[in-house]
Design a protein around this ligand. Structure first.
Ligand SMILES: CC(C)(COP(=O)(O)OP(=O)(O)OC[C@H]1O[C@@H](n2cnc3c(N)ncnc32)[C@H](O)[C@@H]1OP(=O)(O)O)[C@@H](O)C(=O)NCCC(=O)NCCS
Length: 245
């Protein structure tokens, strides 16, 4: 047992950390990192926000805010649970420990972050919704940001299905409003805790969800000028958490 059937010239082999890293991180598929073209949108309160892709070097600013939510005092509307899970996903993304993840942020014109959404690509066919979290409530930011990541998956990358699950009633309501239906459960389970997969396909996105978003003014507008976009860098952590309603 454990002894090769032919003589081996050495008793030990060394592996470099860099060789090991290739096994641990997996190759990046550039298709899944197709850049999201930024958008402008006005919140329910009339504030202008910019929706744009996040860069890995901005992870620290995101983690700073999320870290505050990792506390029992945020056990309301599932902010604690979603905060801790999003924290781990952003850290894993920055440190190359999650497959083909993509992160979008919503910022104020001076780059203060108000919302984070992330997803990842299972393969060319399926995108997995991870989390949607907003730090300023009652302005429809969350539901608009959630739609932006669906748009990235269908219209920029070209998947055929969007697989979500929801931890909170407010999250579930987003799926309900965007006509998500279920896969058979428990035969098909979502990677976030094995709960139900709520999904939409490309046809529903194009024929139902996207028109509804536009009609309800939840889609946003392009283009965003270079000058406006530039001011959103560097990303600033959210100054004040406004997560209670
Ligand atoms: C889920 C989430 C992203 C939704 O964000 P959102 O769509 O911007 O909605 P909010 O959380 O701000 O809730 C606003 C809603 O609260 C309700 N509400 C209750 N009291 C209210 C008040 N005094 N004023 C305004 N709205 C009120 C309304 O129904 C309103 O929605 P509507 O105007 O669209 O009808 C956000 O709640 C969040 O980040 N939650 C924590 C994390 C989470 O649960 N994520 C989803 C799991 S994957």
């Amino acid at each position: 047992m454990g002894k090769p059937q032919v003589p081996i010239s050495v008793t030990d082999l060394k592996f470099s950390i860099e060789d090991i890293e290739d096994f641990l991180s997996g190759p990046v598929n550039p298709k899944f990192q197709t850049p999201y073209v930024p958008k402008l949108w006005k919140t329910k309160d009339g504030d202008e926000v910019i929706i744009r892709e996040a860069k890995k070097e901005e992870a620290e600013a995101m983690l700073q805010t999320l870290k505050q939510l990792i506390d029992h005092k945020y056990d309301r509307d599932f902010y604690h649970l979603v905060g801790v899970r999003t924290y781990s996903e952003i850290l894993a993304w920055a440190q190359n420990r999650i497959k083909d993840s993509y992160v979008i942020v919503v910022t104020s014109p001076d780059g203060e972050r108000q919302s984070i959404v992330n997803h990842r690509f299972w393969d060319d066919n399926v995108a997995i919704s991870l989390h949607t979290i907003t730090f300023k409530r009652k302005s429809n930011l969350g539901i608009m940001a959630y739609a932006s990541k669906i748009e990235h998956a269908f219209d920029f990358v070209g998947v055929n299905e969007w697989w979500a699950t929801f931890e909170s009633p407010f999250g579930f309501r987003m799926g309900f409003r965007y006509v998500h239906t279920t896969k058979p459960w428990p035969q098909v389970q979502h990677e976030l805790g094995g709960s139900r997969v709520y999904y939409i396909d490309r046809e529903t996105w194009n024929n139902v969800v996207k028109p509804k978003l536009k009609e309800r003014n939840l889609f946003g507008e392009r283009p965003v000028s270079e000058e406006v976009l530039k001011k959103t860098y560097p990303l600033k952590p959210t100054e004040k958490l406004e997560v209670e309603i």
